[in-house]
Ligand binder design. Structure first.
Ligand SMILES: Cc1ncc(COP(=O)(O)O)c(C=O)c1O
Length: 360
C-alpha cells in the first residue's frame, strides 16, 4: 500500500499524520541536539521541558482547574483498575461501581482480588450492556464511585455524568478522553491509557485531585502509589519518555484543531454520519440504545455473520482497516477517534451504501 490506510482500530489507534511526520523529522536528531528523544536521559533539561509541557498542555486543553495533578503512569488502564482501590479504598470501607461493560467488570474484579469491598450499584449486564445505567444513587459513605465513561466494546458512552455529592467520582476515560469538553471539577480522578486519543500505548494518564493523592497508604507498591509517582512529578523512576513526547505533540495538534470544543463538534458530525447511515437502512442494525450511543466507537450488525466477515474483508480491500467488532461480541465496530479524518467516515459510509446494494 503506497498511501496511509483509513484506520478504524479500537486501540492502539490512529495518530494524526502531521504528528507522525514531526516524530519522523525529530527521530534521529531532536531539535539539533544530535540524538533522539528515545535516547535522552529522563533527567535531562530537554526531557524536563517535554514532560512539563505535556502536563501543562493537558491542563490547558482539558481546562483542568487548580488543585489537580496530571501524572504519567505505565501499566495501562488495567494497572489503574488495581491502583484506584489500592490507593483510595481503605480496608473495611467500600466503594460503589457501575457495571457498564467488560472494562467495568475488570475494574470490579481487580478491586475484589485485593480483598476490597465493592458495591455494584447499577449494571446493564442484563441488557447485554446496550445502554448506560441511569437513575441510581451513590451510597452514602462510599469512598468513591467508579464508572467507565465510554465502553469501547459495546459502543456506549455517558451523555451526562452522575452527581455524587461529596463522594469522589472516578472515571476510566481510556476510550473517550479528549473527545469532548468535560467539567473536570466533577471528578476526583480520571485515568486513561493513551493508545486511543492521546498517543501510543505504554503511557497512562491519571488526573487526580491533590487531596486524594495524599490518601495513598505506605504499604502499596511504589509504582502504584499516586502519592509517590505524583509527588515526584512522574519521575520517580524512568517514565515512558517517548510516549510522553508523542502525547505532547498530540496535545499541540488538538490545540491546533481549535481545542476540544471544535473537536467535539467534528466528532459529533462524524458519529452522526455513521449512525444516520445505520438508521436509514433496514440492513444495518445499531447495537447501542440511542440515548447511550458513543461518538467514539460505533457498533452495528449486519443480517448474518457471513455478511459481517465479507464486509470486513471487502472494506480492507478498499483501504479501511480495523472494522471487526471485539472478539467477545462480534459484529462491526468503527472506532472513530479524534485522529480518524472525516474523509475516512465518508469513505466508510459510501462503502456501506454500496455493500448494502450488492448484498441487501
Ligand atoms: C475503556 C477501557 N478501559 C481499559 C482498557 C484497558 O486498557 P489497557 O490495555 O491500557 O490496560 C481499555 C482497552 O481497550 C478500554 O477500552
Amino acid at each position: 500500500m503506497s498511501e496511509r490506510i483509513f484506520n478504524f482500530n479500537a486501540g492502539p489507534a490512529a495518530i494524526p499524520q502531521s504528528v507522525l511526520e514531526e516524530v519522523r523529522d525529530d527521530l534521529l536528531n531532536y531539535k539539533g541536539e544530535g540524538l533522539s528523544v528515545m535516547e535522552m536521559s529522563h533527567r535531562s533539561k530537554s526531557f524536563d521541558a517535554i514532560i512539563k509541557s505535556a502536563e501543562a498542555l493537558m491542563k490547558e486543553v482539558m481546562e483542568i482547574p487548580d488543585g489537580y495533578k496530571v501524572v504519567f503512569f505505565q501499566g495501562g488502564a488495567t494497572l489503574q483498575f488495581a491502583a484506584v482501590p489500592m490507593n483510595l479504598l481503605t480496608d473495611g470501607k467500600f466503594a460503589d461501581y457501575v457495571n457498564s461493560g467488560s472494562w467495568s467488570k475488570k475494574a470490579i474484579s481487580e478491586a475484589k482480588k485485593l480483598g476490597k469491598t465493592v458495591n455494584v450499584i447499577a449494571s446493564s449486564e442484563d441488557d447485554n450492556f446496550t445502554h448506560i445505567p441511569k437513575g441510581y444513587k451513590v451510597t452514602p459513605g462510599a469512598e468513591y464511585l467508579h464508572i467507565t465513561s465510554n465502553n469501547t466494546i459495546f459502543g456506549t458512552q455517558y451523555q451526562e455524568f452522575p452527581a455524587t455529592g461529596n463522594v469522589p467520582l472516578i472515571a476510566d476515560m481510556s476510550s473517550d478522553i479528549n473527545c469532548r469538553k468535560i467539567d473536570v471539577s466533577k471528578f476526583g480522578l480520571i485515568y486513561a491509557g493513551a493508545q486511543k486519543n492521546l498517543g501510543p500505548s505504554g503511557t497512562t494518564i491519571v488526573i487526580i485531585r491533590e487531596d486524594l493523592m495524599k490518601r495513598s497508604p505506605e504499604n502499596i507498591p511504589s509504582m502504584c502509589s499516586y502519592n509517590i509517582i505524583g509527588g515526584k512529578d512522574s519521575l520517580y523512576n524512568t517514565p515512558p519518555t517517548f510516549g510522553i513526547y508523542i502525547i505532547k505533540l498530540i496535545l499541540e495538534w488538538i490545540k491546533g484543531q481549535g481545542g476540544l470544543g471544535k473537536l467535539e463538534e467534528i466528532n459529533r458530525k462524524k458519529a452522526k454520519m455513521l449512525y444516520d447511515s445505520i438508521d436509514n437502512s433496514d440492513f444495518y442494525r445499531g447495537t447501542a440504545k440511542e440515548d447511550s450511543r458513543s461518538i467514539m466507537n460505533v457498533t452495528f450488525r449486519l443480517p448474518s455473520e457471513e455478511l459481517e466477515q465479507k464486509f470486513v474483508a471487502e472494506a480492507l480491500q478498499k483501504g479501511m482497516l480495523g472494522l471487526k467488532g471485539h472478539r467477545s461480541v462480534g459484529g462491526i465496530r468503527a472506532s472513530i477517534y479524534n485522529a480518524v479524518p472525516m474523509k475516512a467516515i465518508e469513505t466508510l459510509v459510501g462503502f456501506m451504501a454500496d455493500f448494502k446494494k450488492q448484498n441487501g
